[in-house]
Design a binder for this molecule. Sequence first.
Ligand code: UD1
Ligand code: CA
Length: 459
Amino acid sequence: MADLHIVILAAGKGTRMKSALPKVLHRVGGVPMIEHVIATANTLHPRSITIVIGHQGDALKAALSGYSGAGFVAQEPQLGTAHALLTTEPVLHAASGTVVLLSGDVPLLTSNTLKTLVNCHESASAAATVVTAVVDDPTGYGRVVRSGEQIARIVEHRDATDAEREIREINSGIYAFAVDGLFDALRNIAADNAQREYYLPDVIALYRKQGRGVETIVVADVDEIRGINSRVELAAVSRIVRQHKNAELMAAGVTIEDPATTYVDPGVTIGADTILHPGVSIEGHTTIGGGCEIHSGVRIIDSRLGERVTVNNHCVITESSLESDTKVGPFAHLRGGATVGEGARVGNFVELKKTTLGPGSKAMHLTYLGDATIGAKVNIGAGTITCNYDGTAKNQTTIEDGAFIGSDTQLIAPVTIGKGAYVGSGTTVREDVPAGALAVSAGKQRNFEDWVSKKKKRS
Ligand code: UD1
Ligand code: CA
């Protein structure tokens, strides 16, 4: 693979998606579909990657700006796939060797298939090599017309005769080409077809006429070359990605009670003997240790869970960290860098934002803890609120080890509760509480004897 270049086509409008978002930015397995294609392309260590953009090119370029390795060329207007490849001539005219053409809307292609493609193409010294597949329903795809063993040409579905439409071997839209002579050939393609477009597959018939070598490789797993042109196909491909991930997790010792309703992004890792109940969604770069239990309705995004963590039903956990042997939920919301220390517990209707809850501490009911640093073995009573926002700035609350915060307490930040201190129920804490002290702020209780019966007589 000495001189290998990759071109990814992504200029098409994606009309059938009926979307304001460029088609190749629709997500499959949590990332834009074209990122799958770029990642696979990179496994070949090509000399260059060129992405052909056109329709909504600026949006696409902005979204992919993180890929410093890839270059862009603009195809304007979009006159078909042959025309799209021709627009890369200024970038590749001086190149030699092989160009592999990929489609931004075919995200499941594997690195192995690409390597096979390049090896076959180069060892046969072919001018072109086409990746094909034999499918049950070839509707919509270009059909591979053979004469004897040899590929003769490719005919698009719309231009095919009834007899040609019976052919079940289809063009995947993925090819290897020798750079030598490619751009001259592309200039010789005409647009005399149903769509008045310059079709790249027409280069096959052209090469055959010129007596240049054209090879095919047939993929065994047809899922690999599925293209996404509509929302239905988007859902179908996404389902395949999920099934692969779930199968991989189960093989590694994770129990998934209902794979059909379990959504785990490809970038997630999960340890053995963890149990995922139905309707769980684990996204982004989440890491979950072994022996955990994640109950139904939980969504975890870009977070880290240690070993033996229990997440009860209907929690949302974003960019947070749960150490080993913690329990959270049901109905807890952890976000923005929340950290739950080893063995700590977070109960129902508790929100933690940018807060550290130390080892063995508990916040079991109806509580908001924001911008707080809470030590070990602290008890946070029901209805405790850190008043972290004064209308202009976010302020910090510190609660030291072993402190006890009574129910219905407001902690007006910035404020510190010292080690082992007690805060009585219903206290509004406006000043620091020294270590070992008791803070109370409510006035003395008054009882009005016979108040109820007196009220009745009055009315
Ligand atoms: C194409 C092939 C078809 C093959 C199928 C496999 C052609 C004419 N047909 O059909 O034989 O079976 O893929 O999925 O090539 N694009 C551009 N510029 C353009 C037109 C398209 O960059 O002017 C890009 C699209 O964004 C897309 C790719 O090329 O990424 C394929 O185009 P699309 O319109 O989806 O072709 P298909 O009809 O799927
Ligand atoms: Ca397509």
